[in-house]
Ligand binder design. Structure first.
Ligand SMILES: [Zn+2]
Length: 379
């Protein structure tokens, strides 16, 4: 699709305007017309902020999809699993969250009606004496609305994620990680002078890959040096290879040169559903990097970005420094600094599999320690 921004005019903008109006973000007196003006840009930014999208006031593919999804409220249409073209929307997300609350494993609440959502819906229908057709129609909706949740918080998907990590054991050997260097090819990412995000995160990914392979992990890169797959392609690559973890590497930018620091992101919705393992790993990465690198700690946050949403394994995206900040840019341009970052990330992954059973203080666990632990005899 064509990216829409301020100044554009045409039917695609008219559609965006009417959606924003329906969502109450654009005054209804403003709803008609086909110009992407200042008011539209402001409404798009507000929408992006609410949704955890990148707040740039521009309607690209991710924002366009989120706008379309937002127009569907549960009950507005029957929902079923369409194998060739899965249905997506806020109604699907609400359904998934409702099923999870009731104790049915609908998979990660990602707003896409997939096989697991259907299986959970069928189980629900069977348990409640409804027609077991896997379709969320009026009768099923009524039943879903009448029931009160058994328990909040302990949703089965998230517990299963934790159980998988526990069962996987503390060793890194044999675990498969997809390392995703952001951007690539003609998309250089944030570019300041001759410093390019795509090149920096590529180099960082290779440093991390080397360390992970040395511990016996299987590390796969989501792209070649000169390629730029879409976020959805990167996620499906991780799903296809059956990754245990997905780690996306980026650097940030801001109009203000004062913005600086490191931030980590894991899957989580506004409704409070979160990938606990993703959150735990994001927390470890965040702490190790903040302590080891001296970058400002901009904390870990839940987001619904495509790579976090569409990957089936726990996924974390780290924004390492702001290339628009002179200090951060200078640090990242130093290969020795990138080694420190790679070691911090490796230790964070190790901590995840140790399930917090290592009391070595943040920042002091070294690559050599990790190797020693990997090579130690099993007791
Ligand atoms: Zn980036």
């Amino acid at each position: 699709m064509r990216v829409l921004r301020r100044g554009e005019d045409g039917p695609a903008v008219a559609e965006v305007r009417s959606t924003l109006t329906a969502l109450g973000l654009l005054p209804s007196s403003n709803g008609s017309g086909s110009l992407f003006d200042k008011a539209v840009e402001h409404a798009v930014r507000t929408f992006q902020q609410q949704r955890g999208l990148i707040t740039d006031g521009v309607v690209g593919p991710a924002t366009y999809r989120a706008l379309r999804d937002a127009t569907y409220q549960l009950g507005a249409r029957p929902l079923a699993y369409l194998v060739s073209a899965p249905v997506s929307g806020d109604d699907v997300l609400t359904l998934q969250e409702r099923l999870l609350e009731l104790g049915y494993d609908a998979g990660r609440p990602n707003g896409v009606f997939g096989a697991q959502t259907e299986a959970a819906l069928r189980n629900f229908q069977r348990d409640y004496g409804l027609k077991v057709d896997g379709i969320c129609g009026p009768e099923t909706l009524r039943a879903l609305r009448q029931l009160s949740p058994r328990a909040r918080g302990g949703s089965p998907v998230l517990l299963r994620e934790q159980e998988r990590v526990r069962k996987a054991g503390p060793r890194l050997r044999g675990k498969r990680i997809v390392i995703d260097p952001g951007h690539g090819g003609s998309d250089t990412g944030v570019t300041v002078g001759d410093v390019r995000e795509a090149d920096l995160v590529w180099d960082l990914a290779r440093r991390l890959e080397g360390r992970m392979v040395a511990t016996g992990m299987q590390a796969l890169l989501s792209r070649g040096r000169d390629q730029c797959p879409t976020e959805a392609d990167r996620a499906s690559f991780a799903n296809d290879v059956g990754a245990d973890l997905y780690l996306s590497l980026h650097s940030d930018a801001n109009p203000s040169p004062l913005a600086q620091g490191v931030a980590s992101f894991h899957f989580g919705t506004a409704g409070g559903s979160t990938s606990t393992i993703g959150e735990t790993l994001a927390g470890f990465i965040q702490r190790e990097l903040a302590v080891r690198t001296g970058l400002r700690d901009c904390r870990a946050h839940p987001k619904t970005w495509d790579t976090l949403r569409l990957t089936r394994c726990p996924a974390v995206r780290v924004e390492i420094g702001y290339l628009t900040n002179p200090d951060d840019r200078r640090r990242l341009s130093d290969p020795a600094f990138r080694d420190v970052v790679a070691e911090g990330v490796l230790v964070a992954v190790k901590r995840l599999y140790l399930l917090g059973e290592n009391d070595q203080p943040t920042g002091t666990f070294t690559f050599a320690d990790v190797l020693r632990h990997e090579l130690a005899r099993v007791e």
